[in-house]
Design a binder for this molecule. Structure first.
Ligand code: NAP
Length: 249
């Protein structure tokens, strides 16, 4: 059985690189029109738009800071008007600004909460009304195993990602009657720019925590998002699906 999203339109935040890029690609390969945002990587975003179009779907790269309420609304409006709808929203944009609590600045805290948690509110709020009107929608929030386990040096990141899980479950309850399914995906250690800078010692420690004894790929996360976007997941809402090689079980 092949998963098809033909006739659907998706919006993925933060898709110029890493996991977001892999998600946008998978959704387009399955036949969805895909709008996506980026913050600063314009060249990469325009290259991705071309690549998505090569799958025979409509694609739209949008420069929009996910932490901005008005820019999120504008990105949703552009998706609706230029791609003809919005059925799947993937809140993927995220950052890390690590540091132990005693050294963490107020700015580091605020920046991570605004980019990782408020961003999901910004986009879900803008997307909810059109999804409610069409009685059809999927919202998928990319959280992290760190939101389930906590991690020394990542109190801001863990709080933002744990917050996303509570946000997911609340929206799942609020929007179920309108056939909008809301789920979270919690990646473990995935090879992207975000994790590239980790030192070898830390990478060894991480590997030791993972039963599968290896890091994951952005495509592993994208496959989980594709599943939750599809009709195969018609009876799943309020779930947090770990994609972590067993790390947080
Ligand atoms: P990444 O390689 O650093 O890529 C981040 C992407 O998000 C880029 O496309 C970036 O755009 C975009 N972005 C960042 N802030 C943005 C903003 N304010 N507005 C719009 N776009 C923004 O990160 P990643 O590893 O793919 O992570 C993607 C998501 O997965 C994040 O939410 C992260 O917390 C989560 N996650 C990652 C891992 C992992 O191991 N990698 C594990 C668990 C969870 P520009 O290119 O324009 O900067």
């Amino acid at each position: 059985m092949q998963i098809t999203l033909s006739g659907k339109t998706a919006l993925v935040t933060g898709a110029s690189r890493g996991i977001g890029r892999a998600i946008a690609t998978r959704l387009a390969q399955a036949g969805a029109n895909v709008g996506f945002t980026y913050k600063s990587s314009e060249d990469k975003a325009l290259a991705l738009q071309k690549e998505l179009e090569s799958f025979g779907v409509k694609a739209l790269a949008m420069k929009a800071d996910a932490s901005s309420f008005s820019e999120a609304q504008a990105a949703v409006d552009a998706t609706l008007s230029q791609l003809g709808g919005l059925h799947i929203l993937v809140n993927n944009a995220g950052i890390a600004r690590d540091g132990l609590l005693v050294r963490m600045s107020e700015a580091q805290w605020d920046e991570v909460i605004a980019n990782n948690l408020k961003s999901a509110f910004n986009y879900a709020k803008a997307a909810a009304r059109p999804m409610m009107q069409q009685r059809d929608g999927r919202i998928i929030n990319i959280t992290s195993v760190i939101g389930l386990m906590g991690n020394a040096g990542q109190a801001n990141y863990a709080a933002s990602k744990a917050g996303l899980i509570g946000f997911t479950k609340s929206l799942a309850k609020e929007l179920a009657s309108r056939n909008i399914l809301v789920n979270a995906v919690a990646p473990g250690w995935i090879e992207t720019d975000m994790t590239e800078g980790l030192n070898d010692e830390l990478k060894k420690q991480m590997e030791a925590l993972i039963p599968l004894k290896r890091s994951g790929k952005a495509e592993d996360v994208a496959d989980a998002v594709l599943f939750l976007s599809s009709s195969l997941a018609n009876y799943i809402t309020g779930e947090c699906l770990r994609v972590d090689g067993g790390m947080a079980m």
